[in-house]
Design a protein around this ligand. Structure first.
Ligand SMILES: NC(=O)c1ccc[n+]([C@@H]2O[C@H](COP(=O)([O-])OP(=O)(O)OC[C@H]3O[C@@H](n4cnc5c(N)ncnc54)[C@H](OP(=O)(O)O)[C@@H]3O)[C@@H](O)[C@H]2O)c1
Length: 226
């Protein structure tokens, strides 16, 4: 049996990852701020309460799960940050929003990766996945959304470093863009449904091999330019 850990597991893309991996018979370590929302899902689901920016809680969970081998760790929890009154636009940048966005999107995934690297390294599949965004691509940039874009660019750099630093343990580190998807974050005008995005990402994750370590891919397997 394979094991996946998902953060932000009770809503949006994270909830769909949880349901789909459970339906495939995987053991799912489903981490969420409100894990009660997960109790009616069928399958081998183990809900854990986790605010990803509570780093003592992250370390405590890693200790609690010290016997686990985690085949796939998906750092999915993320925030868009306020767009109100141009908080992320040049001319009205709000530093408070920068700190919030970087804390959740950039620092928390790295602290998760550090805490759980050994759990992943001792598994059979050894896959460490960051749910990033094409908005973090400098090559594809068209401006605006300063904080969100920068938080995902920095996340990409972290995963690029992890790919090098964990290569000796044969861990496969990949940054994945889900596409622009109809979730609370993506909004109803997004071109993709969750049902198009998440199965695509799972196919990509299933197919990852050691030679994919350090890649930046989107939900359909297309390579993205950094
Ligand atoms: N949707 C898109 O178009 C799109 C595009 C590119 C990238 N992404 C990325 O995909 C990931 C998932 O986004 P989504 O579209 O599913 O967004 P969403 O529907 O807004 O869900 C965000 C998830 O992150 C969790 N979360 C946020 N802050 C957290 C914290 N401090 N601690 C623990 N959990 C936290 C939320 O938990 P609560 O329910 O407790 O708030 C929720 O489960 C994010 O990393 C996002 O940047 C999304």
């Amino acid at each position: 049996m394979s094991t996946v850990l998902v953060t932000g597991a009770a809503r949006g893309l994270g909830l769909d990852f949880t349901k789909r991996y459970a339906a495939r018979g995987w053991k799912v370590l489903a981490c969420a701020r409100k894990p009660d929302a997960l109790k009616d899902i069928e399958g081998d689901i183990h809900p854990h309460s986790l605010e990803v920016t509570d780093y003592e809680a992250v370390k405590a969970l890693a200790r609690k799960l010290s016997g686990e081998a985690i085949d796939v760790l998906i750092c999915n929890a993320g925030i868009g940050g306020s767009r109100g009154e141009g908080a992320q636009s040049l001319g009205s940048l709000d530093p408070k929003v920068w700190r919030e966005v970087f804390e959740v999107n950039t620092l928390a995934p790295l602290m998760m990766a550090e805490a759980f690297a050994d759990h992943v390294a001792r598994s059979r599949q050894r896959k460490l996945i960051a749910i990033s965004s094409i908005l973090g691509s400098i090559a594809n940039n068209n401006g605006g959304r300063y904080f969100y874009r920068a938080s995902k660019s920095a996340l990409n750099m972290e995963w690029n470093c992890l790919a090098r630093d964990l290569a000796g343990k044969n861990v496969i580190c990949v940054a994945l863009h889900p596409g622009w998807v109809q979730t609370d974050m993506g909004g109803s005008g997004a071109p993709l449904t969750i049902e198009q995005s998440v199965p695509g990402m799972i196919r990509v994750i299933d197919g990852l091999e050691l030679s994919d370590n350090g890649r930046y891919l989107q939900y359909d397997g297309t390579e993205l330019a950094w």
